[in-house]
Write a protein that binds this ligand. Sequence first.
Ligand code: B12
Ligand code: SF4
Length: 580
Amino acid sequence: MPKRTFKVVLIKPSHYDADGYVIQWRRSTIPSNSLASIYGLVAECADAKVLGPDVDIEIEAYDECNTIVDVRGAVRRIRAAGGGFVGLVGVQSNQFPRALDLGRQFRDAGVTVVMGGFHPSGCISMLPELPPDLKEAQALGITLYAGEAEGRMADLLRDIDGGRLKPLYNYLSDMPGMGAATLPILPRHVVTRVAGHYSSFDAGRGCPFQCSFCTIINVQGRKSRYRTANDVEAIVRANAAQGITRFFVTDDNFARNKNWEPILDRLIELREKAGFRIRLMLQVDTLCHRIPGFIEKSARAGCTAVFIGLENINPESLLGSKKRQNKIWEYREMLQAWRRAKVLTYAGYILGFPTDTPESIARDIEIIKKELPIDLLEFFLLTPLPGSEDHKNLHLRGVAMDPDMNNYDLEHVCAAHPLMSKEMWEDAYNDAWARFYSDEHVETIMRRAAATGINMTKIFDAVTVFSGAARIEGVHPLQFGFVRRKVRAQRRPGMPIVNPLLFYPWRAFDVLRVLWRWWTLVRRHRAIQAKVAADPTAARYMDEALAPTAAGAQDHFVEVFADKIPKTYGAPVRVAVAAK
Ligand code: B12
Ligand code: SF4
């Protein structure tokens, strides 16, 4: 039987900056796990010859954050193969407009397009009907895929190949088990476009908590679904075979993965007995330090950095968003526990809860700087993300929200605030970055690192990126990369393609301006690092954040917020007394 090829082109779209250029870099800093998941699923179908013994399934994978997508080339290759499709992968709300623009170009060329990810899934899971933007996608002939694709990819490929593709696939009410789920994987040439050659996997999905700003629980559910230790080992071995041993574990809350211990034990075994040089970045909640052995085993398994959903220090804000599990009186102890394990802490901090004002935000950040031993703090604007309870409630009440999904990147104000105007809120966001990453506080961060044995090169790199990403590049550190690219012709539709004679001089100036600002920032941070290194007393540095809490004593900031902590809430007695 003559062979034929079915070409699958997977694209993880990026989104547009304020000038309408796609946010992309020579090297991105964080891998796309959605891309790895879908690649793994299609690769499995290719190996299993699900379209028949005579059909070779060929896959290309592109993360637009680190690769310029050649639409015409992809169309040519699909046509030359005689069949195939484009998968727009892991499309978040902020990436939806870009995904739609890419999808439109492929549809204009008559290519089949399927789009999945949190925007379609979140909207379909929470809203009474499809929002206009998803209807627009369908009108272009783009198929929407809501829910998870594990165990279902072969059916989709057969539908496409057999000309039976439906406009919508909705599996939201049927979450696949993760026990023997297909493993996420990307070929080495895709992984190496991420700085540090990090790959990723999700060791589980689902989170038991109920934060009202969160989309995850409504898309992936509140029940912990998890991979086995054997499967995690297989992921590590498959990557290690291509020379990749660094992983971002994308579980939103690895501490609530019911299988965390067997997984960590297996990784420890691979590191300590089989010599794998595994490095992990984990995401955890603020109660993880209470789980016996969790932090110690994470560190032994190779965890060098941890993202913590701190979100806020004001209990009123935390309660208002149903983040009841965050106990502020335990923050310092939890952060110190990670520090003892020599793991870098990144904490997410949300600005714009209903009682926030520019003054209260500034006050709270100063408190954090002084009292909490956080290495990197990253700021987000409270945003009604499609798929969250907050978004659903505003939508049902008919409250105005920004109609441009490109702005739902947690860096733009998308809805009104009761106490701050849009400008005040934006200023408070910009001020937060400047305030936390002031030279004075960068010195404190470095002194704390030197005194507690945290790797100084890592702290220098991380602090410099976090300090400069928002302020110099105008993007959140989670979207940051090295060497920004702006393609003249890839501008957001509706914005003019600039004449080359104007574009290239502007771009040259833009590059030089940004380089100069990075150069001055790096020099300042180098000088601070040298000052700390030259200080003979550096190892003995101590401050309020590093000091152990005396028995029965309460952190100053906990006393400040004592009246905001409900008496039934499990806070130590002193706080309740102070609240009277
Ligand atoms: C890892 C992660 C990142 C990583 C990598 C991105 C990625 N998608 O891999 C980084 C750090 C880059 C990132 C950045 C951001 N993120 Co993020 N991220 C995540 C996280 C924790 C895991 C993503 C993941 O791998 N999920 C597992 C995969 C397998 O699930 P999935 O993408 O839904 O894919 C499945 C299905 O949707 C479907 N599917 C998906 N695509 C396709 C395509 C086809 C063809 C088919 C058939 C099926 C299909 O099948 C897949 C397998 O089952 C999620 C939360 C979560 N639990 O998912 C947040 C999440 C996706 N991020 C979110 C946000 C807001 C952001 C940022 C804007 C935050 C910021 N200020 O920086 C930026 C966006 C910038 C950018 N350029 O990506 C939101 C998105 C919500 C929304 N409505 O848009 C989420 C849901 C978290 C939240 N706060 O609620 N993120
Ligand atoms: S703890 Fe994190 S993942 Fe869980 S509901 Fe809250 S924000 Fe979502």
